[in-house]
Design a protein around this ligand. Structure first.
Ligand code: SAM
Length: 355
């Protein structure tokens, strides 16, 4: 699984337990990111629609949400992965941009990424096959990168893992019914989710743009050799590609519009205490859509915050203000009794006050 800011990896068991109590057959993961939550929904038996504006999320969705034995021949997949793994490295865009001009990967791995990515485009592939091969490459690159988990910068000294050889692995098969994938703006998709029983919402919660933070993954999937800028060699279009959920002044209006346009009987919204919106405002907004219960859990912040603040020479010069934050799962359902039934006893000590 990719290192990803705001990934629900730690909350997934709780989300899984929650959704297994909800009487739902279909679900939409509207801001899917790594698809980690969508995978949990799928393995809980739901038919999942996975959506995100990021192209890498679309690839991950093909591998983990849409793939099943009817559309993915795993014998052929393994043969393709073996052929791609055997390719000799060659200098290309990744080597030049992310190994010479920046230092996201060691050159020997960058050269193999270039060769493998070019070769994927030369193959005749179905969308699920293509997404699955790209997922294998993204995850292989993630295991040997030299960052703290975001691509705004690389670490000063090569990360230990960057010395390892790039290794393509087969993305694991996720059990459960096969779902579907789109790459749409959530605002455009939300009003079209009429028959969906449960919508899971995990929008960006502050100013940190996913497009910029994961520009290397975006470029690896698009393979459009964009012009770049700055030390991190970000895509030029990072300057203009912004989500309204990342802009303090627009984020509330965007969330309001989104929630209002949903018709599903169940909504689960994740929101961090480091986000733009106050709990009371969220409770009021969601209260217009049904009965609400917040479940709050604390967890460690992203790894960079625990490493601390360093000067350009690598000396620790400060610590960040806090190393734990909390995240609230806002559960919205059709009646007070139904919400109580699905949330009861889920989080010891969680706030019980229904909004
Ligand atoms: C907090 S992350 C989701 C993390 C995800 N739940 C996980 O576990 O990996 C927010 C996601 O919203 C996506 N996003 C931002 N603006 C969007 C929009 N307008 N429509 C759809 N997706 C959007 C970002 O690309 C990012 O992947």
């Amino acid at each position: 699984m990719l290192k990803y800011l705001g990934s629900k990896r730690e909350l997934v068991p709780l989300i899984g337990e929650l959704v297994r109590r909800i009487p739902a057959h279909t679900a939409c993961d509207l801001f899917a990111g790594t698809t980690r939550v969508g995978q949990e929904l799928r393995s809980s038996g739901l038919v999942v629609h996975s959506n995100d504006t990021a192209t890498y999320s679309e690839a991950l969705g093909q591998a983990y949400i849409a793939a099943d034995e009817r559309v993915l021949d795993r014998v052929r997949l393994r043969r393709l992965l073996a052929e791609l793994s055997a390719l000799p490295g060659r200098d290309g865009y990744v080597t030049r941009t992310f190994c010479d001009e920046a230092r996201f990967f060691q050159p020997q791995n960058g050269r193999r990424i270039d060769a493998i990515r070019d070769a994927i485009d030369e193959l005749e592939l179905s969308p699920v096959e293509r997404g699955t091969l790209l997922t294998s490459l993204l995850e292989a690159a993630d295991r040997v990168d030299s960052t703290c988990g975001v691509q705004m910068a690389y670490v000063k000294k090569w990360a230990a893992r960057s010395h390892r050889d790039l290794e393509l692995r087969e993305p694991v098969a996720v059990p459960g019914p096969a779902g579907t994938v789109t790459r749409l703006d959530a605002q455009d998709l939300a009003p079209r989710l009429d028959g969906t029983d449960l919508v899971y919402l995990d929008p960006p919660y502050n100013q940190h743009s996913y497009y910029s933070n994961y520009h290397v993954w975006e470029t690896l999937v698009r393979w459009d050799a964009p012009e770049t800028y700055g030390i991190a060699r970000k895509r030029l279009d990072c300057r203009t590609t912004k989500s309204p959920f990342n802009r303090k002044r627009e984020a509330w209006g965007a969330l309001e519009r989104l929630i209002t346009s949903l018709r599903s009987p169940w909504i689960v919204l994740s929101f961090s205490d480091e986000g733009f919106h106050a709990a009371g405002d969220l409770a009021a907004l969601l209260g217009d859509r049904g009965h609400v219960r917040p479940l709050t859990v604390g967890h460690p912040r992203y790894v960079g915050s625990r490493i601390g603040i360093h000067d350009p020479a690598g000396n620790r010069v400060g610590t960040v203000s806090h190393v734990r934050n909390s995240e609230t799962l806002w559960v919205v359902g059709p009646s007070a009794a139904a919400v109580e039934r699905v949330t009861d006893g889920l989080v010891p000590g969680a706030s019980r006050a229904a909004a």
